[in-house]
Design a protein around this ligand. Sequence first.
Ligand code: SF4
Ligand code: SF4
Length: 66
Amino acid sequence: MAKRYAEIGKDCVACGSCIRVCPVHAVTVWRGVTAVVDKVRCVGCGKCAAECPAGAITLQNREELA
Ligand code: SF4
Ligand code: SF4
């Protein structure tokens, strides 16, 4: 599993740009209000964060699994 995953912050305006650039289709928009990342599917590439006009996406380190 990738070491990082994308997290959507509160500044998301549901523009859909991150959905279009995600290579593994990990992002969906929830009720037209905010984007949501499927953490399991996300490979941490950062393309969504680079594309987000609102600067709402940050990459987080996954917690080490025991
Ligand atoms: S970091 Fe990459 S894989 Fe993860 S949601 Fe963003 S574009 Fe998709
Ligand atoms: S690109 Fe940014 S503002 Fe647009 S839907 Fe994705 S997280 Fe939200």
